[in-house]
Every structure is written in structure tokens, then in C-alpha cells.
Design a protein around this ligand. Structure first.
Ligand code: ZN
Length: 498
């Protein structure tokens, strides 16, 4: 191993330890911590965060990174990737003046609280001044970091998807618009003829908990290395490849909600569990990008989890658990119901087909905000216009419109596209996987091992060693291509709703 890299690793050890402690605190906060703990625990989190930053920003690390960057060609692939990741983090922390950075942290913490209240009370005006300042600050920060040829939005996007530019996304979303908007309309016209009210009868939480736990391990989440807890909103967190945690939430008036949440988070979890031992607990020991992560969760949730082959062996178990609620409902009727597509207002509840249109609304608007072509005051009206254009419906309230997501309150511009890119990657991977594996036969035989192995071998084990497009070229033979996703959706929905 390179001598300087070895030294770097020694400095990174305490950084990693503090990061792990912070992650555990956050997990605890969302799952088990008592409500009253927050104020006092926050102080400890603050102190830990400061210690983390101090350990990470040590001049010794900076110097080692400079040396390692200069001798890049002599490094191993792994070493080079670690240096690349750390340089990226450093650059971000260094070019923004410290006082401005701290002010922004405080601004977003306040804004998140104001946003929650504004959403509750459907009062966009109270949130608008905060959002305005957040947009202005993000534009300024992006300006500090901008490289030649980059737009401000490109800079923000690069935090989540370094392989994509605004131009790439414009093309991607144009293809989706052209391919999906007519299909969405076609399916919406048929939605009323698809009964699904049986999914929303009373489903006791205890029974849901039991079935969802079975589902998590069924798809390949691992008991010895994985834990399932409950939280207000399901999420996944990971300490390393031997400790990955997912959460779920149970609504007694909905059968699909918790089932598909656990498959989704399970998909994220399987990714993290599959990262190679030599990469875990290093700066490249996580999923490649946001979109690649989302591609795995949505692959399990939608492509596998909403397919007929997946439910063939499982539906009898579900029927046995809920004989009254599902009385007289055939497998075919169940599959149609869990795939029913209908324009709706809330992104997180959208079906597989309309989901990306929700992302398109946000993408178009955040791009205009960052370019300075849309004023924050005009955002609610612009939101409604875009919804009408893409989904054919518009919300009456801002609570169901522009105030529904927390991302902008936290300053996360450029984040939403990852959800859509991830959905599309899943279909591209499916196409490549099918050349090696009979996916439906695996699902019908209740054996998902080959699927997990395929994803493990081609995607999971590499962590952040390769970027999104590099992984796709290695696995599928080509870069990101939206065509697979559009074809997948057309084929699926025409078959289901024939
Ligand atoms: Zn997810």
C-alpha cells in the first residue's frame, strides 16, 4: 500500500468513528429516543458534529490529499477513488467561507421548522422569505464552486449525480414527457374500472408487522446483519456492511403502504450489506450515487415487488393472513389493484407510472428558481400550472402542492432528479439481468438468491469505487439510457390493463 495512503487511513479512523456515532444518534432519535430527549441530546449531537469537522479538516489530511493527488498514477484503483471522494468533500467545505456555511446551516434548521408549520397551516407566505434566502444562498455557494462550462444548477446537481448535467436531464425528462404523458392519460381513463378499495380496509398493525418482517428477509435482507425498527417515515441507515438498519411505518387503513415500504427500504439495505469488506468503513463504502441507491430500492419495490411472478407464491400467504379483508379477491385482481395508475397530488403516494411526472414538476421549477427566472412568490402558481400540464390535475392547497416535500427547506436543490434517474436505471438493469437470469422463474420459485447475487456482483460490492455511468457500462454495456424505462412501463401497463 502507498505510504501516504496508509498515513491517511490512520487520520481517517477517528473521523469514521465520529461519523458512526452521529449516525447512531440520528437513528436513535428517529426510532427509540423519548420525545423529551431532543433538546439535551441535540447538544451532544452538536458537540460530536464539531469534533467530526475538526477531525476531518485537519491540515495533515489536507497535506496528505495534496501529495496523493500529485502521485495519483501510482495509486491503486481503490486509493484513487478514496482520494477523489475526499477531494470532493474538501473542495465543498473549503471554497465556502466558514461564517457563510454556518449561517446557512442555521438558516436551514430554522427553515425546516417554519416549513413544517407552514405545511400544517397551508401558509406558503410564512415560508417564502426563508425559501428566498435559501435559494439566494445556494446560488451564491454554487457560484463559488462553479467550474468552466457549468451552470449553477449543474454544480448543485453534481453533489448528488456527478455524471449528469442539466443538459442530460433536459433530454431525459423530454424523453419521459414524450413517452409517458400519453400513457398516463390512457391509463387514467381506465382507472375507475379497477377496484382497489379492498386494499384500504382495516389491516391490524400486528399482522402487518409480522408479514412485513417476513417480506424483508424473503427478498434478501439479512437477519444477522440487519435490523428493522419503526419510525414516522421509513428510511435506511448503515454503519457498515455488517450493520444495516431499516425502518417501517404501519397504517391500519392501508395494506400496500408498509409492504412496499419494507421492500423499498430492504432494497436500499441489501445494497449496503453487499458492499465489499475492503471498502466498507472507508469514504467509498456507501452506494455509488443517490440515483444508483434509489435504483436498487425501486427495483425491488416496483419491478420485482409489484410483479405477478413475485406474488404468485406469496399471495396465498397474504390471503391466509387476511381471509376476510381479501375474501373473493383473485391474484389477478390484487396485482391490478397494487399497480393501479391514476394522477395524484402527493409524490410519495404516487404509483410507478406517474411518479416521474412529480419529479419533472420539481425539476422544472427548481431549475427556474436557480436561474433566477422564477420568483419564490410565484412558485405556488407555477406549481399548479406544471401539475396541470403533466398530471392533468392541480392541488387546491399549497399543503398538497408546493409545501409537500421537505427537500427545499433543507436547501437540497438538485436532489429530486435522482429519484427519476434511479427509477429508470432499474429498468436498464432488468434488461441486462434478463440475459443471464430467468427473473420470473426465480420469483415464482420463491428464490431471489440469483437476483441478489447478480446485483451484488455487478453493483453492490463496488460501493463508490465507480460512478453511475461506469457501473452501467460495465453491467449493461452502455451508459444511462431512458429508453429501457419507457419501454418497460409501456409493456407493463399495456399488458396489465389490456
Ligand atoms: Zn429510497
Amino acid at each position: 500500500m502507498n505510504e501516504n495512503f496508509q498515513k491517511l487511513e490512520e487520520y481517517l479512523e477517528p473521523v469514521q468513528a465520529l461519523q458512526t456515532a452521529l449516525t447512531l444518534f440520528q437513528w436513535d432519535n428517529e426510532t427509540l429516543a423519548p420525545e423529551a430527549a431532543n433538546a439535551q441530546s441535540s447538544r451532544m449531537v452538536g458537540a460530536l458534529s464539531a469534533a467530526y469537522l475538526e477531525a476531518f479538516l485537519k491540515p495533515e489530511i489536507r497535506q496528505l490529499l495534496e501529495k496523493l493527488t500529485a502521485e495519483k498514477d501510482a495509486l491503486s484503483e481503490k486509493e484513487r477513488a478514496v482520494v477523489r471522494e475526499l477531494n470532493r468533500d474538501y473542495e465543498q467545505l473549503e471554497v465556502i467561507p466558514k461564517d457563510e456555511y454556518r449561517a446557512f446551516q442555521e438558516l436551514t434548521m430554522k427553515a425546516a421548522v417554519v416549513w413544517a408549520k407552514a405545511r400544517e397551516e397551508d401558509d406558503f407566505a410564512s415560508f417564502a422569505p426563508y425559501l428566498k434566502e435559501i435559494v439566494e444562498t445556494q446560488k451564491r455557494f454554487a457560484g463559488y464552486r462553479r467550474k468552466e462550462g457549468q451552470s449553477l444548477y449543474d454544480v448543485l446537481l453534481s453533489d448528488y449525480e456527478p455524471d449528469f448535467t442539466e443538459k442530460d436531464l433536459d433530454e431525459f425528462f423530454a424523453a419521459l414527457r414524450e413517452g409517458l404523458v400519453p400513457l398516463v392519460k390512457e391509463m387514467a381513463a381506465k382507472a375507475d374500472s379497477i377496484p382497489d378499495s379492498f386494499l384500504y380496509k382495516n389491516y391490524p398493525a400486528d399482522q402487518q408487522r409480522e408479514f412485513c418482517e417476513m417480506l424483508a428477509y424473503y427478498i434478501g435482507f439479512e437477519k444477522e446483519k440487519g435490523v428493522i425498527a419503526e419510525s414516522a417515515h421509513p428510511f435506511t441507515t448503515n454503519l457498515h456492511n455488517k450493520d444495516v438498519r431499516i425502518t417501517n411505518h404501519f397504517y391500519e387503513d392501508s395494506l400496500p403502504s408498509a409492504m412496499f415500504s419494507v421492500i423499498h427500504e430492504g432494497g436500499h439495505g441489501i445494497y449496503e450489506l453487499g458492499i465489499a469488506d475492503e471498502l466498507t468503513q472507508t469514504p467509498i463504502g456507501g452506494g455509488a450515487t443517490m440515483a444508483m441507491h434509489e435504483s436498487q430500492s425501486r427495483f425491488y419495490e416496483n419491478i420485482l415487488g409489484r410483479s405477478e411472478a413475485f406474488w404468485k407464491p406469496l399471495y396465498p400467504k397474504l390471503l391466509a393472513l387476511y381471509p376476510e379483508q381479501l375474501a373473493g379477491i383473485s391474484l389477478e385482481a390484487f396485482i391490478k389493484a397494487i399497480n393501479k395508475s391514476q394522477p395524484s397530488l402527493i409524490r410519495t403516494e404516487a404509483d410507478e407510472l406517474t411518479y416521474c411526472l412529480h419529479i419533472m414538476v420539481r425539476y422544472e421549477l427548481e431549475k427556474l428558481l436557480i436561474r433566477g427566472e422564477l420568483a419564490v412568490e410565484d412558485l405556488p402558481r407555477a406549481w399548479k400550472d406544471k401539475c396541470r400540464e403533466y398530471l392533468g390535475i392541480a392541488p387546491d392547497t399549497d399543503r398538497e402542492g408546493v409545501l409537500q416535500d421537505t427537500h427545499w427547506a433543507w436547501g437540497n436543490f438538485g436532489y429530486f432528479p435522482s429519484y427519476a434517474i434511479g427509477s429508470a436505471i432499474g429498468a436498464q438493469l432488468l434488461c441486462a439481468m434478463k440475459k443471464e437470469i430467468n427473473v420470473d422463474a426465480c420469483l415464482e420459485a420463491s428464490d431471489l438468491t440469483a437476483i441478489k447475487k447478480y446485483l451484488g456482483k455487478n453493483i453492490h460490492r463496488y460501493g463508490k469505487l465507480y460512478g453511475c455511468n461506469e457501473l452501467l457500462v460495465k453491467t449493461t454495456g452502455e451508459k444511462f439510457n431512458a429508453h429501457y424505462f419507457i419501454e418497460y412501463l409501456k409493456e407493463k401497463y399495456h399488458r396489465l390493463y389490456a
